[in-house]
Design a binder for this molecule. Structure first.
Ligand code: GAL
Length: 419
């Protein structure tokens, strides 16, 4: 019995993640990063020049330097059939120079290449999935120089009784066996509650159906909590994605990140306050930061949001802990306050105060209600209003935020003052 238990432990250590010490977008050498994914803007209509242009724009805009260093080809890169050796192959019209050419291209720019496949016989668009071909496909990706795999589950419906966990695990072993560090990102839309098991063999996992480019309007069939599953093709608004994280944020941990799906910043559907709210929550809640917009056409306002160094620092904080929702100082339907610990340098805590009602409002946050802060006197803390780029005055036992606009988030970082 003991031997079996030991084997199981060793096995799980072998497949556990080594790559994702921080949510995807890290700039330091020992972690992996994320930048951009083709799906939200281009669907399957992208090609070699789309990827070349995006990669060079990541560099020229400063996004790469800020940490966005993966370029991920979502569904649509593949040919409809495998080659005569059973290998997946790129669509030759769209990718005439092949995938290893693209990997070299992005590597020369200091970036990394991501690719997409599916744990079923087919993927969502009936391109060949990897079910039954895991070893072959993992080897193919490694040979091409791929650094990241987004692994979907559309075709899982055709894999009969083999559970998603078993199919995802098979690919995890196949990736490890290649000897190449390939970030493993699961896409199973939160079905079967991956926050309970995905840490065993992946670096990140989607916690919900697809995001919709809208601040607060969901598609039909979307439900609000993490344990209520969407039906049909989910179009989950930014606000609902944040709502679902109330149940999941406590599971965020280095090596296993709940992925709130791609950022819709720069897609032209949100106000500046809404885009800042979107970025604040994705960063603070430790979601991967994956740009979904066409960055060759992005506005300077949206670009500045994505480049905000202080917000990125919150995402990449050493503690890797996500804030929790604080119901006692929130007002359902109008104000939500979240807070959680930070540990980089002197930063102690991040607070998000979102006005999601229709009118401006004041928000009062008593110190005593913030876990981890009860023992600090206000004089010992510096309060940084991140988006306003200024320090706030402390007033007695509470923080008072005046006139917070509709859909605005006040993002505060509290640091201990060095004496
Ligand atoms: C969905 C996935 C999307 C995108 C799409 C491709 O299952 O959630 O992010 O990858 O498949 O068809």
């Amino acid at each position: 019995m003991e031997l079996i238990a030991l084997c199981l432990i060793i096995n799980s250590l072998c497949v556990a993640s080594r790559l994702a010490v921080k949510p995807q977008m890290e700039t330091s050498a020992n972690t992996e990063a994320i930048g951009w994914n083709s799906w939200n803007t281009f669907k399957t209509n992208f090609n070699q020049s789309t990827i070349e242009d995006t990669a060079s724009t990541l560099v020229s805009t400063g996004l790469a330097r800020a940490g966005y260093n993966y370029v991920v080809l979502d569904e649509g890169w593949q040919a409809l059939t495998r080659d005569s050796h059973g290998r997946q192959q790129p669509n030759a019209t769209k990718f005439p120079s092949g995938i290893s050419y693209l990997a070299d291209y992005v590597h020369r720019l200091g970036l990394k290449l991501g690719i997409y496949s599916d744990a079923g016989i087919y993927d969502c668009g009936f391109y060949p999935g990897s079910y039954g071909f895991e070893e072959v496909d993992a080897d193919t990706y490694a040979t091409w120089g791929v650094d990241y795999l987004k692994y979907d589950n559309c075709g899982g419906f055709y894999a009969n009784t083999v559970s998603p966990q078993e199919r995802f695990l098979t690919m995890s072993y196949a990736l490890k066996n290649t000897g190449r560090d390939i970030f493993y990102s699961l896409c199973q839309w939160g079905n079967q509650f991956p926050w309970f098991w995905a840490d065993q063999f992946s670096d990140s996992y989607r916690m919900s159906g697809d995001i919709k480019s809208s601040f607060n309007s969901d598609s039909s069939g979307v439900c609000k909590t993490a344990y209520c599953l969407n039906t049909g093709y989910a179009g989950v608004s930014v606000l609902t994605m944040i709502r679902k994280m109330r149940e999941i944020s406590a599971f965020q941990a280095p090596g296993s990140w709940a992925d709130m799906d791609m950022l819709e910043i720069g897609t032209g559907t949100m106000t500046e306050f809404e885009e800042r709210t979107h970025f604040s929550f994705w960063a603070a809640l430790k979601s991967p930061l994956i740009i979904g917009a066409d960055i060759t056409k992005i506005s300077s306002t949206s670009l500045a949001i994505l480049l905000n160094k202080e917000v990125i620092a919150i995402s990449q904080d050493d503690a890797g802990i996500a804030p929790t929702f604080l119901p006692n100082i929130s007002v359902e339907g109008s104000v939500q306050v979240w807070a959680g610990p930070l540990s980089s340098q002197n930063s102690k805590c991040v607070i998000l105060a979102l006005n999601y009602g229709n009118n401006s409002t004041d928000i009062t946050i008593p110190w005593g209600q913030i876990p981890t802060l009860q023992n600090f006197k206000s004089a010992q803390l510096k309060i940084r209003d991140v988006w306003a780029e200024q320090n706030l005055k402390t007033t007695g036992m509470e923080i008072k935020l005046l006139n917070v606009s509709s859909h605005q988030t006040k993002l505060l970082v509290l640091s201990a003052i060095q004496r």
